[in-house]
Design a protein around this ligand. Structure first.
Ligand code: FAD
Length: 231
């Protein structure tokens, strides 16, 4: 049966809209202008959204989320932007983890998902683009080479949003079986991932990322070998 409500206007979604508007009343244009001017991560806003419990919107309840679904996630993003805010960090934290929910091993899910839902772990970045590879990812040169039960990674990525502000990142590289994703916890590789700011016209906390001979366990792989960056 079709819904009696216009799209995005069900009572549940209206509740979410009202809740986000209440939050946004404390984050007016001055807040966003300063974050943009100073090229800062919106720490106070991120902490407020974590406390409100929205980061688990697409995470199953078994892993600490609410599993409220994509309509709720869309309304959250819509209301932040409607109020003049910048939903990029919140959208990243809510959405990128879906790859982990869908394709991650049980061990990776158990280790990270509840922390992502709480905002303790930031998973904000997907590192795919390279100097000579954009929309057409078949030309990616970054690679992981097998070494026993681990991989040795060589990567150069550009235009990566928020890589310096995230604790976890998804890295897309070539393997002998095709393009494959790995989840890297930055604290596990304190010396292995070099991240530099990349100047952009708008503040997207954009970076370049270099990895040179980093040893990564196969347990960090997300999804099958050659699965690529599937949406
Ligand atoms: C603000 C910002 C943030 C970003 N954040 C990230 C990030 O976090 N992680 C990340 O990995 N990347 C990020 N990117 C990079 C972004 O994903 C790439 O810019 C995008 O993939 C396009 O690549 P490109 O700019 O090299 O353009 P190109 O790949 O050169 O494409 C240029 C144009 O040609 C079209 N085109 C390309 N190939 C074909 C084809 N075969 N057939 C038809 N049309 C084609 C494209 O649609 C596009 O319109 C970011 C970029 C920006 C601007």
């Amino acid at each position: 049966m079709s819904s009696p409500h216009a799209p995005g206007q069900s009572p549940e979604l209206q509740d979410v809209r009202r809740a986000i508007r209440r939050i946004m009343a404390d984050f007016g244009p001055d807040y966003w202008a300063e974050e943009d001017r100073e090229r800062q991560f919106p720490e106070r806003f991120f902490a407020t959204m974590a406390k409100a419990g929205y980061f688990g919107t697409l995470i199953p309840e078994t892993h600490g989320g609410t599993d409220a679904g994509v309509a709720v996630a869309s309304v959250i993003v819509e209301e932040i932007n409607r109020a003049g805010g910048d939903a990029a960090t919140i959208n990243a934290q809510m959405s990128i983890c879906v790859t982990l929910v869908r394709d991650g091993s049980q061990a990776l899910k158990d280790r990270y998902l509840s922390g992502i839902a709480e905002g303790r772990f930031r998973l904000l970045s997907v590192a795919a683009t390279e100097p000579d590879s954009g929309a057409d990812m078949s030309t990616l040169r970054s690679a992981a080479y097998r070494d026993g039960d681990a991989w040795v990674v060589e990567a150069h990525k550009v235009f990566i949003s928020m890589a310096d502000d995230t604790r976890l990142l998804l890295l897309l590289v070539n393997t002998d079986q095709g393009l494959t994703l790995f989840l890297l916890a930055r604290e596990d590789y304190p010396e292995g991932i070099a991240i530099h700011p990349m100047p952009m016209i708008t503040n997207r906390l954009t970076t370049t990322l270099f990895i040179d001979g980093l040893r990564v366990p196969d347990a960090a792989r997300v999804g099958a070998l050659g699965k690529r960056l599937a949406c």
